[in-house]
Ligand binder design. Sequence first.
Ligand code: IVH
Length: 668
Amino acid sequence: MDRDNISNDIAKRVEELRDEIRRHDYNYYVLDSPIIEDFEYDKLLRQLQQLEEAYPKLVTSDSPTQRVGGGVMNEFSPIAHATPMLSLSNAFNGGELKAFDRRIAQSLNDEYEYIVEPKIDGLSVSLEYIDGIFSRGATRGDGTVGEDITLNLKTIRSIPLRLREPHTLIVRGEVYLPKDAFLELNKRRKDEGQALFANPRNAAAGSLRQLDPNITAARPLDIFIFSIESIEGKDFKTHSQTLKFLASQNFKVVPIVAITKTMDEIISICETWIEKRLELDYDIDGMVIKVDSFAQRNILGSTTRSPRWSIAFKFPAEQKETKIEDIVIQVGRTGVLTPTAVLTPIFVAGSTVGRATLHNEDYIKEKDIRVGDTVIIQKAGDIIPEVVKALKDKRTGDERIFTMPTHCPECGADVVRLEGEAASRCTGNACPAQIRRLLIHFASRDAMDIDGMGPAIIDQLLANNLISDAADIYSLKYDELIGLERMGEKSVNNLLDAIEASKDRGLDRLLFALGIPLVGVRVAGILADHFQDIDKIIDAKEAELLKIDEIGEKIAYGVISYFREEQNLELIERFKNAGLRLSVKEDKVVGESLAGLRFVITGRLSRFTRKEIKSEIENRGGRILSNVSGNVDYIIVGESPGSKLTRAEELGLKILDEDALEGMLTRT
Ligand code: IVH
């Protein structure tokens, strides 16, 4: 028979085989209850492969044979999420869960019901289906733009490549590596002399970010779907309804642990699961509590970071025993002296810990912690190591009682402890340790994210008197930087580009970067959302601050005191003059015409400022990068372009002058 002329029988047989294989995949990977032997399954798959090889025209993207294969990728392309992928706020104890419940009760007039689910410790992904066929999937990325990992996701057998019905929808879920697969993988890596993964989550992350899908396919990743982001032509009233629907479409859906109206019941469920989780064959790091009704979720709304209708109860941290070898002092960016334990290194909650905070003088006294003690440590919020208690019956008599220094170990200034405060502070106005820490914080990723400006560069800038505060960063010149250690032309240009790019981070990042006492990422976000502009925050009265949900007296006092200082107001003025954006970014999405495209700018432009170009491109889904590489699609070239142009030409990138750029923007 002519191979282009495929008989109906063959096409029908191919479809039958696919249906049968899909059914077995579902039984095995989703329901965990196979109904045939492995060899029978392999036979079916082989038959299908042979038919598809003989009649390549019959191959479809949703065929079970298409899970593995696909070439090796050079990079992951960006994908803009249709709606931002938010995260959850956390509760660490029953009290915080009750406070959450009170906030819900205050906002809702009617009764409400909660769903409790396990919080899977993996990686958030989104999956898109068009007419029932899996079309693409992405990582969370920064919440707005993720990376296209479609080929890797296809290797996950519990992700259906075709739904039961031809729905067009986007779902979200958590990819994870089961515990036994993690142990097996690490065992193999050890035998092969490869670096081990710290925990299943890291292993899952490493596996999903493989450019070669064949490597991902060899790691038995799995997924739990926990929500529908959008769906055409359907309207669900509750979260529990959507989970039922998702299961009916062959998804592996996160289990519902409870549906209840009372927080007391939820607290006791959460407590039970602290132990019970150890029985699961996958890691969970807490429980997620969600209001079930979508109408009520709409009333509650979301902040820019997280929904107000949900909270994650995080399990208490893993604890380990080790020894305190010494207690040293760290001077923080606000001048606070933090006693820090130097520990015999120990592996806890996924990494090796060598230091742990002792918080303050009172903490050490209350817990009677001494140098030489055997202690229990844990990671607060699974991140920051802290000493929980000393094991006094393990003392030998050689332990030494710690006393707080009376002078700053960094600058020699007096150390004071104000009445009612736990913290001891350095009184030095120009304590170099404080300035240094503040600058490191200012440039760090969650703050102004100045790529390349880490502690080593900051130390050099300080040593050479090129900066003495954060605003000085914005007047650094090429000529000043070029002579510094390990700073060649390329690094200097990259650093200057990164400094320029940081001007547009926006109000929430700047507020966090300033290092105002008690203003962390979350509070900075709340303040920025509420006031929208730095001047309004500077003028805010205490009463106004206190009206904001989650802002208490201490934070209000910290904010007001900060902006009362002449020196700080001057700093803000200098940021303004340097062109920093001190307001909330308006979301002016114009379209998706440049989605996924990456641009680099070089040289002086006459019609646009760099800031304007950046927002024009970003509003159309494109991105501006600082460095030329094979990942870049276009280089925008102004007058007197730098070495970036030469490099771009070598790489064969597309070149745009201002006219071409304008044309591209007006066309789209
Ligand atoms: S619902 C608005 N449910 O936890 C975000 N998330 O810290 C709604 N996660 O990004 C998320 N298990 O990656 C939800 N049962 C579950 C979850 C879950 C794990 C992850 C998810 C999310 C992160 C939030």
